[in-house]
Write a protein that binds this ligand. Structure first.
Ligand code: NAP
Length: 271
């Protein structure tokens, strides 16, 4: 695994496994539990020890699936991210949501706990007070946000005593919005930018993009591996593709251990 600095003392795996749509969409769906349990178990066994989930995914069932698998692994070797839904951003509701997530995950602590989306109706002062409380009681190790702009992030940080260490946002070769402002902000403030939907929900694997194919050929890699490498070659960026077959997980792991050259980056940036 490759790591990035989460804080001065703590590292975060640069590549993780996403779990959206494992165990259902907005409602729980157990019909493919076997497939997802096998995929999560296989991924961790192969070293993808960073798992990204949320109370929203399958209305908690994705966390239950992760929980079933991680009881077979040593907890300290894993990095678990989960998220509180924007409708639960009251002080007490955050504490209850986190408790419920920990129960479903079968873990005493969540490594990184995020606000899933901003909610203009919620008080960030109260939300950040609850996040600080979760750190101080040991329920979570680190706190952060998701889908927040640089301005929203900076405003939220003013209410939190603990550093917000991560902003998780949509970022891929097909969606470059974070490059407008957020990427520079994260690099400057030493915040991890976690790129979600890094394969544009699978479209990057299906589309025939000439530049991607040529860079992949040059390195003896696949377009999927180049698309993910393009992200984690950026100093502040990590990523969490979702994959539910051994073949896809193996391909994703081939992102590690090599680097794009400057000319490859430029070519992909332009394309
Ligand atoms: P994604 O990772 O861009 O794409 C997932 C899709 O790519 C799946 O259909 C998967 O298929 C396919 N895939 C994976 N590896 C492949 C390969 N080697 N070849 C071909 N296809 C491949 O999309 P995502 O799930 O939206 O994003 C990743 C994670 O980010 C989520 O699971 C979730 O944890 C997180 N996320 C967070 C937010 C947020 O608001 N914070 C929003 C969306 C997502 P299989 O499943 O069949 O392997």
């Amino acid at each position: 695994m490759e790591y990035k600095d989460l804080t001065e003392k703590e590292k975060i795996p640069a590549l993780g496994l996403g779990t959206w749509h494992m165990g259902g969409g907005f409602r729980p769906d157990s019909s493919e539990d076997g497939k997802y349990l096998e995929a999560i178990d296989y991924a961790i066994g192969k070293g993808l020890t960073h798992l990204d989930t949320a109370e929203l995914y399958g209305d908690g069932h994705a966390e239950e699936l992760v929980g079933q698998v991680i009881k077979n692994f040593e907890r300290k070797n894993l990095f678990i991210t989960s998220k509180v839904s924007p409708v639960h951003l009251g002080y007490e509701t955050i504490l209850r949501s986190c408790e419920a997530s920990r129960k479903r995950l079968g873990t005493d602590y969540i490594d990184l706990y995020l606000v899933h989306w901003p909610n203009p109706l919620a008080s960030m002062k109260n939300a950040m007070a609850a996040f600080d409380k979760l750190v101080e009681t040991g329920s979570v190790r680190f706190i952060g946000l998701s889908n927040f702009s640089a301005g929203q992030f900076a405003a939220a940080q003013k209410h939190a005593r603990n550093k917000l260490v991560c902003d998780q946002v949509r970022y891929s070769l097909l969606d470059r919005r974070p490059e407008k402002e957020l990427l520079d902000f994260c690099e400057k403030e030493k915040i991890i930018l976690t790129a979600y939907s890094p394969l544009a929900e699978g479209r990057l694997a299906e589309m025939k993009i000439e530049a991607l194919a040529q860079v992949a050929k040059k390195h003896g890699k696949t377009p999927v591996q180049v698309a993910l490498r393009w992200l984690i070659d950026k100093p502040a960026v990590i990523t969490i593709p979702k994959a539910s077959s051994k073949e896809h997980i193996d391909e994703i792991l081939g992102t590690l251990g090599w680097q794009l050259e400057k000319e490859d980056q430029e070519r992909l940036d332009k394309a």
